[in-house]
Design a binder for this molecule. Structure first.
Ligand code: FE2
Length: 460
């Protein structure tokens, strides 16, 4: 059978392939029907290898140990199908990629996906999963270029082209090519306003360029689509809250937090990452967040030995430490150190960056700010290893700067803020703290200028 993009697909019926196409279409737009479409695919053909593989990928995307186990079962089901009825090389490679990912070998997994894409550049599933894995590998160059390598096979005549433009937009943004990223992202949204990944990519450009009011208007335009998507919508709301926060508009941030980001108190890792990073930012600005940490800490108590990826792990650490769960903090640090002994992708990342970040967070909540600087400063250029976006990882740069200020490491604070002001000249948070650092050097004129700059930017 041929799928909607002309790729040979092993399936028992045309109906199974059409349902598979629908599954991909829903997945690409974060559709609420994604799981149901996949179920229908497997009802039409209970042995369809690629459908089992996708089921395994979906389990992996949840990033929790229990579902990683279920992904293994999907892999076995896919392999049984291949043994019984055969499969294309492409399908076999997908199962290899799932196997590698499931074993925690992210680089191997993307290797298999790249092998698919070399021969089948229209395999949008391979593109999307590679896009996800390169993102969490912090491999910006491949994140960008894996899309570029496939683009020769795409244009408006190929179903899903807009989604490829959306992926290209996000990867360009993470590579710092903001103008090109915005162009690709807007082109994708023009083709399909429901392409939230592309909407999100353009929001990232605006975030990186400190175009706060534009960012708010941009996300508000997509509000109808946000009512009709899965939990990824909460991350888009997080971006909206971030724009408001940077305008010192606390009230809408708390409202978005309660009514959108944590509306259903979800357990999904990205939702917890959104929430913890927003609460830290609020508190650092002196906002009373009430008992909001408690609910997050409760959830994270059960995740101290998850270690599916370092990125969520360190966000769980915020919740535990902020929520005063001291025993869980120690338990999680011990577990992170033990995990860091291994050689799989995230085990190495844990060793290189995860353990120091985890320790820094624990120090922060014990008021040991000098220790935060000592632990975090040496790894700050290794932060991309944990994956996530620049906007998300900015949290750790802010922690470092705030700790330098709080611990009286004035030279470090001044240097970091000078660096940040050069890189993000339109960021009021930076200028306000820069003013504080300059006062310590009796540079009153510089401090007044920095404060004025912050005020001017906030009013703009
Ligand atoms: Fe984002």
């Amino acid at each position: 059978m041929l799928d909607v993009r002309g790729l040979e697909t092993t399936a028992a019926s045309e109906a199974a392939v059409r349902n598979f196409d629908a599954t991909m279409a829903q997945y690409l737009r974060f559709g609420l029907d994604t799981g149901d479409c996949l179920k229908r695919t497997l009802t039409e053909d209970p042995e369809m290898a690629l459908a089992h593989c996708v089921k395994g990928y979906f389990f992996m995307l949840f990033c929790v140990p229990a579902l990683t186990g279920k992904a293994r079962a999907s892999l076995e089901a896919g392999r049984r199908s291949v043994a019984e009825r055969g499969a294309t090389d492409r399908e076999r490679l997908h199962l290899e990629a799932l196997d590698a990912w499931n074993r925690g070998e992210f680089e191997q997994a993307v290797g298999h996906l790249e092998a698919i894409l070399a021969g089948h550049p229209r395999d949008i599933l391979a593109l999307k999963i590679a896009h996800y894995l390169y993102f969490y590998l912090g491999d910006n160059a491949n994140h960008r270029d894996s899309i570029g390598r496939a683009l020769h096979a795409w244009d408006d005549t190929v179903d899903g082209y807009g989604y490829v433009l959306g992926m290209q937009a996000f990867s360009l943004e993470e590579s710092g090519a903001y103008a090109e990223a915005e162009r690709a992202g807007r082109a994708a949204v023009e083709r399909n306003p429901a392409d939230l990944w592309a909407v999100h990519a353009v929001a990232h450009v605006m975030e990186m360029q400190d175009r706060r009011r534009e960012g708010i208007a941009w996300i508000r335009e997509s509000e109808p689509q946000l009512g009709d998507c899965n939990n990824f919508g909460y991350h888009v709301w997080w971006h909206l809250a971030l724009f408001h926060l940077e305008l010192d508009e606390v009230e809408p941030v708390l409202r978005l937090y309660d009514e959108r980001m944590r509306a259903d108190l979800s357990d999904e890792y990205l939702d917890i990452c959104n929430a913890t990073s927003m609460l830290w930012r609020l508190e650092e600005r002196g906002v009373d967040v009430g008992d909001r940490w408690n609910e997050l800490a409760e959830r994270c108590e059960a995740r101290t030995s998850d270690h599916q990826m370092v990125f969520p792990d360190v966000h769980y650490m915020f919740a535990l430490a902020a929520g005063g769960r001291d025993a869980a903090v120690e338990r999680m640090l011990d577990s992170m150190r033990a995990f860091a002994e291994g050689s799989a992708t995230e085990q190495r990342v844990m060793r290189e960056a995860g353990v120091p970040i985890g320790r820094a967070i624990a120090h922060w909540y014990r008021g040991e700010y000098a220790e935060v600087v000592d632990v975090l400063a040496p790894v700050r250029y290794r932060l991309p290893l944990i994956g996530g976006s620049h906007a998300q990882r900015d949290l750790f740069h802010q922690v470092l700067i705030a700790a330098a200020l709080a611990s009286g490491r004035h030279e470090t604070a001044r240097a970091l803020l000078s660096e940040r002001a050069a890189r993000k000249p339109r960021n009021p948070w930076t200028w306000k703290r820069y003013a504080r650092a300059l006062v310590e050097f009796d540079d009153d004129e510089g401090a007044v200028q920095a404060r004025d700059t912050a005020a001017r930017l906030l009013a703009a």
